[in-house]
Design a protein around this ligand. Structure first.
Ligand SMILES: *Cc1c(COP(=O)(O)O)cnc(C)c1O
Length: 427
């Protein structure tokens, strides 16, 4: 990414300038590895990779390989397939460890995100009379809120009493790290777990996972993170940061298709603890004993020991295609391009808001950000969103009044952002 790094940060709103950035982009060739939806004979300006990442072109072939093995071998595919299904979850670990900054025995792809959150609560949320509270951010993603609400109920606790909510200050939209730290300190006696996102879905704020984890541990609480918007978007060092557990989904920045398989990270310091409470299934049983069909759960000594069922191969195959793409790229290369793209988008949005009086929006994403910018719209909001959509810009609308835009370094170009400006100026 040396090319892009050396650029003068002073942006220009010309096609030539944008194209020049694209020419020097070391990830430019990756765009061709994805299907870009079309609109009016042109590629759409796809800014919703934070919601559903685009399809890698190798996906068809990866599914076909598994379909063929199934057709040609039936059950023998478990051991004799090209990618023996029996071991399929292991094939995803190199990609996952690369993206998450984890060791092999700390990760496993399985289930869906919300299911995994419940599984992680089962293992890590062990409320006592004294220590039972959970810290979340205000405006958390609904599924995460319902997880805590029903987990509290499951433990016969009152949700409102369990929940500690960190809120933005007046006239701010983000959650300050210092306020999170102060709240953890305030609750040092009764805090059981911190449950925060890596990247907040509504505002695009990046949380300081390392600092928050450190503080949680200092007071004797568990640090768990929902990385739905962080995996494949920010550089993560979950092992080094001592994060206790994390889970994510694969269909946002990880481009693995609608509703596809999730995964969990469980820190090495916990994975060998067989006594940890968990909801178990046969696929978590020690591999050498799994097919002995005996009584007595004896888990794999790793995150793999949290698996319940045998892996859904077609979804896993699709996920692997995407992880293999990530494996070719250094995370800091991705991050460098991401920051340039987001900065260019910031520049373009600011320019357009200043030069088109019909635009009354304001960017609410704080400086601590990744690929996404969230625009708090004025009365023009819904009309603007619809106008963009009609003109081939795929962004998304989040109630009550936010448009989210996420240029993704793997497949978005600087010219995409320049084209967006042309459309915004004509609103
Ligand atoms: C996208 C997202 C989810 C979605 O959960 P699924 O179980 O995959 O449907 C949950 N939490 C957060 C924070 C998200 O961003």
């Amino acid at each position: 990414m040396q090319g892009v790094k050396q650029y003068n940060k002073k942006f220009e709103l010309t096609q030539e300038f944008a194209k020049n950035l694209d020419t020097q982009d070391l990830l430019a060739s990756y765009r061709k590895k994805f299907f870009i939806p079309r609109h009016g004979g042109k590629d759409v300006i796809y800014l919703t990779g934070n919601s559903l990442g685009l399809q890698p072109k190798n996906t068809h072939q990866a599914i076909k390989t598994e379909l063929d093995d199934w057709a040609n071998m039936g059950v023998e595919g478990h051991f004799q397939g090209k990618n023996p299904w029996m071991h399929y979850h292991k094939f995803l670990n190199p990609g996952l460890t690369h993206i998450l900054g984890a060791n092999e025995n700390e990760v496993v792809a399985m289930n869906r995100l919300t299911v995994n959150l419940h599984l992680m609560f089962t293992s890590f949320y062990k409320p006592t009379k004294k220590r039972y509270k959970v810290l979340m951010e205000s405006g958390a993603f609904p599924s995460d809120m319902y997880v805590l609400e029903t987990q509290a109920k499951h433990h016969q606790l009152d949700y409102e009493d369990v929940l500690i909510e960190v809120k933005p200050r007046d006239d701010e939209h983000h959650h300050r790290t210092e306020d999170i730290i102060a709240l953890i300190e305030l609750h040092k006696e009764d805090l059981a777990m911190v449950f925060l996102p890596g990247v907040q879905y509504y505002t695009g704020q990046v949380f300081d996972i390392e600092k928050i984890t450190q503080k949680a541990h200092e007071v004797g609480a568990i640090a768990g993170f929902d990385l739905a918007h962080a995996a494949g978007n920010i550089e993560l060092k979950l092992h080094d940061w001592q994060v206790d557990w994390a889970s994510w989904c694969s269909y946002k920045y990880l481009n693995s298709g609608p509703g596809n398989v999730s995964g969990v990270f469980i820190h090495e310091k916990h994975v060998k603890n067989k006594e940890m409470p968990r909801l178990a299934g046969w696929w978590g049983q020690l591999e050498s004993e799994r097919f002995k069909m005996n009584k007595g759960f004896n888990p794999e000594p790793g995150a793999a020991g949290w698996q319940l069922s045998n892996a859904p191969i077609f979804g896993m195959a699709v996920h692997k295609v995407s992880l293999d793409i990530f494996s070719q790229i250094k995370m800091d290369t991705l991050v460098n391009k991401r920051d340039m793209l987001t900065s260019y988008l910031d520049f373009v949005l600011t320019y357009c808001a200043q030069n088109n009086p019909k635009l009354n929006f304001q960017i609410i994403t704080p400086k601590s950000r990744a690929a996404q910018l969230s625009i708090l719209t004025g009365h023009e909001g819904k009309d603007l969103y619809k106008y963009l959509n009609k003109n081939g810009v795929i962004s998304d609308w989040r109630e009550p009044n936010v448009i989210r835009m996420a240029p993704v370094p793997l497949y978005n170009s600087f010219e995409d952002i320049w084209r967006l400006a042309q459309i915004l100026l004509k609103f």
